[in-house]
Design a protein around this ligand. Structure first.
Ligand code: 4GX
Length: 258
């Protein structure tokens, strides 16, 4: 996967490229991140990327010319298929695990990072093929959002996660299996010590009974999802056991506290 990042702050990305998953994927050859300074695609002495909005009002808007020129430069490079051109924006469709999965199937992605009031609408309409939001809150630039997209996509690329980290194959192990388009929330995890400041680890996890542990984890995952994100339960495939566990969870919640 080649990520082509178009930004006025290429240095913003340096540290995340040198750490953790993105570093490993770059070294391993699964991901390449190319940083493009939008100002390199301007043609005036001041390297101007923004201008005042027609119609008046506060703030500045990214001009179309540098963004078009940057993307068209990439399109002119000899490469395979057409690639998505993604504009990070609060107006975009929401990034989910399923969207990350779709993006991971491409060989090249362009990420357009804007600031201020955003971009001239002709960029959104005629240059971007996709507009993505990482959530309903306001950032001051698309750079952090682009970093989130890169991280979510990179961990889905073949060979990036080891078997230990990738729990996708075991749909009952929690973790990865869960959160996402057709997932539920993860169960709680504990490590040593078994007692910390008087708070103890649930007995079942120390029991060595793997079948009971599996059931307990599934139950706690379902319970957390039902309490915090009930809408996720509507889009997940529930087993007969899941339905039984959910009944128990709901009944227990209805019982008056004793
Ligand atoms: N998920 N922002 C982008 C400028 C902007 C506005 C409109 C394009 C169109 C955000 C988010 C986000 C703030 C990044 C506004 N660019 N991006 N910026 N939430 O809030 O992606």
């Amino acid at each position: 996967m080649v990520f082509e990042i178009i930004t006025i702050f290429p240095d913003f990305f340096r540290s995340i490229l040198e750490h953790g998953l993105l570093k490993r994927a770059r070294v391993g050859g699964q991901a390449e991140i190319r940083l493009h300074d939008l100002r390199d695609f301007t043609d005036d002495r001041h390297r101007t990327v923004d201008d005042r909005p027609f119609g008046g009002g506060p703030g500045m808007v990214f001009k179309p010319e540098p963004l078009f020129r940057a993307v068209e430069t990439l399109k002119a490079e000899p490469s395979g298929e057409a690639f998505p051109v993604i504009l990070l924006s609060p107006q975009g469709r929401l990034l989910t695990q399923a969207v990350a999965g779709e993006l991971a199937r491409h060989q090249r992605l362009v990420l357009l990072c804007a600031r201020y009031e955003g971009v001239d609408e002709r960029v959104a309409e005629h240059l971007a093929t996709d507009e993505l939001s990482i959530g309903d809150y306001v950032l001051s630039g698309g750079e952090l959002a682009a970093a989130v997209v890169m991280e979510a996509v990179t961990r889905l690329l073949p060979g990036v996660l080891g078997n230990e980290e990738s729990r996708e194959q075991d749909s009952f192990s929690g973790g990865e299996s869960t959160v996402g388009a057709h997932g539920i929330l993860d169960c709680p995890h504990y490590t040593r010590p078994p007692e910390f400041r008087g708070w103890t680890v649930p007995e079942v996890l120390l029991s060595g009974n793997h079948e009971e542990i599996r059931r307990w984890r599934r139950r706690r995952a379902l319970e957390k999802t039902w309490r915090r994100r009930p809408n996720l339960l509507a889009s997940v495939a529930l087993s007969d056991e899941d339905r039984k566990l959910l009944e128990e969870i709901k009944n227990a919640a209805l019982e008056p506290a004793r």
